[in-house]
Ligand binder design. Structure first.
Ligand code: HAM
Length: 438
């Protein structure tokens, strides 16, 4: 191996130097703030899980993307590709003793061996918010409200984003009404999931050959899925009790969201089915209005997953919002904060003999909670001032031999450029800066 070999980062993984981490923290802070505003509590779990947790519950798409391997104890394990199965497992051990509904959120880093493309990496952070133990649409509406409120908190409006909402039960009932056998439903769901990316002819063929639909029925079905509103579904399939129930829920759901001030953000869209296998009811995805980016967020109801992983049978609904697409969109809209350094105080010493005083003042002002920096070795005054401005210092204390002899030091307010002499005694007490605010 060549001695000077440079080590490359793994494809699909990111480094977070401070300027990137600052952006990530900005997003995380908003996610946490909004979670708490809605009364959710933060939790976490291990980054490694048993492979089995996903192979049966999440569906093929995710299983094909697992970072799976055998550990030294011969266990089949994998890095977590999503959080929902872990949540179900964790609650399986403790939900019986907990008051319902359970409102939990988390910000895990997840790993999927995906084909790399814009907005898709092999790791991402995903805000997960879930309500467990409430079957009514009130919980579905609350979940979508949390997601939309966080996006609003980050500066996005209804002109930027839209939540496309549907209900898997509607599609299931429509397919049943059309005489499609239950075994062929997964194929039909997949066709719908891909309808925006797949050529229409291919979708029609799959509906005919894979789902047993006649050519005319497949055409009607695709048109309904593509452009149909609630009224169309009601007119064509409203007599089906399954459709009628899901339609009533969908109307109630939208009504609650309107009352929560989010009506302008939502749009009924039968094309939203979600790729994961465990969803059972209302599902949604949030996109940018111009459809320039991939989905920012996806979620929905999964009423059988907890029972499937061996826990108490509890209804649940929630979402995952990734940091990758969201950050791309926020960057595009100029909604990310300036990356800046923000020291409170930089201590400049004109002569090396004054360094002990620098250390003493640094200690007392840090004890007061201020961010304090100074040069770690003797340097020219010019260099020290240049560092002070690089660090974004609000104040500089200049320690000069003559002033120190007189028992004072100069405090410069870096914003206004004004200077004032302050007694060393005052500065040594950790005071003397605030009064100099310009
Ligand atoms: P998901 O749709 O697989 O859902 O992921 C949710 C969001 O995570 C996506 O909309 C996207 O923003 C982001 N995301 C997913 N994969 C990647 C990737 N490879 N690179 C960058 N971002 C990505 C779930 O994972 C469900 N478990 C969410 C959920 C929670 N449902 C109910 N509760």
């Amino acid at each position: 191996m060549a001695k000077d070999k440079a080590f490359a980062r793994l494809p699909g993984f990111r480094d977070f130097p401070p300027e990137e981490l600052q952006i990530r923290s900005h997003v995380f802070e908003s996610w946490r703030r909004i979670s708490r505003r809605y009364g959710f509590q933060e939790y976490d779990g291990p980054p490694l899980e048993a492979l089995e947790l996903y192979t049966e519950k999440s569906g093929e798409e995710i299983v094909g993307q697992l970072y799976a391997f055998e550990d030294k104890g011969g266990r089949e394990i994998t890095l977590r590709p999503e959080m929902t199965p872990s949540l179900a497992r964790i609650l399986g051990e403790r939900s019986r003793a907990m008051p319902k509904p359970i409102r939990w959120f988390t910000l895990p880093q997840l790993f999927r061996y995906e084909r790399q493309q814009r907005g898709r990496l092999r790791e991402h952070f995903q805000w997960n918010v879930d309500i467990v133990g409430e079957a009514g649409v009130g919980a579905d509406a609350e979940i979508l409200a949390v997601a939309l409120d966080a996006l609003r908190d980050l500066g996005l409006s209804q002109d930027d984003i839209v939540a496309r909402v549907s209900d898997r039960r509607l599609l299931t009932a429509i397919l049943t009404s059309l005489g499609v056998s239950p075994e062929a439903h997964p194929e039909a769901f997949e066709v719908v999931d891909k309808v925006e990316r797949e050529e229409r002819g291919k979708s029609l063929l799959r509906l005919r050959d894979g789902c047993g639909m006649s050519g005319a029925k497949a055409e009607d079905f695709l048109s309904l899925v593509g452009t149909g509103g609630l009224e169309d579904v009601h007119r064509l399939f409203g007599q089906d009790p399954g459709v009628a129930e899901a339609l009533t829920d969908m109307r109630d759901y939208q009504e609650v969201l309107r009352r929560l001030g989010l009506g302008d953000f939502i749009q009924f869209d039968l094309r939203i089915v979600r790729g994961l296998a465990y969803y059972t009811g209302i599902v949604f995805e949030i996109f940018d209005r111009d459809r320039e980016f991939r989905a920012i967020c996806g979620g929905g109801r999964y009423d059988r997953l907890l029972e499937l992983v061996g826990g108490e049978p509890l209804p649940a609904t929630g979402f995952g919002m990734g940091d990758v697409v969201l950050t791309e969109l926020l960057t595009d809209r100029g909604l990310l904060p300036d990356v800046s350094r923000d020291a409170d105080l930089y201590l400049v010493s004109i002569s090396p003999e004054l360094r002990p005083l620098v250390h003493e003042l640094a200690r007392v002002h840090r004890e007061k909670g201020r961010r304090v920096l100074y040069s770690l070795r003797s340097q020219s005054v010019k260099k020290q001032f240049s560092s002070a401005s690089t660090e974004g210092a609000r104040w500089v204390i200049i320690l000069g031999p003559d002033e120190v002899k007189r028992g004072v030091a100069v405090v410069r307010d870096m914003a206004s450029g004004t200077e004032a002499e302050v007694a060393l005694q005052v500065l040594k007490a950790g005071e003397g800066l605030e009064g100099n605010e310009g």
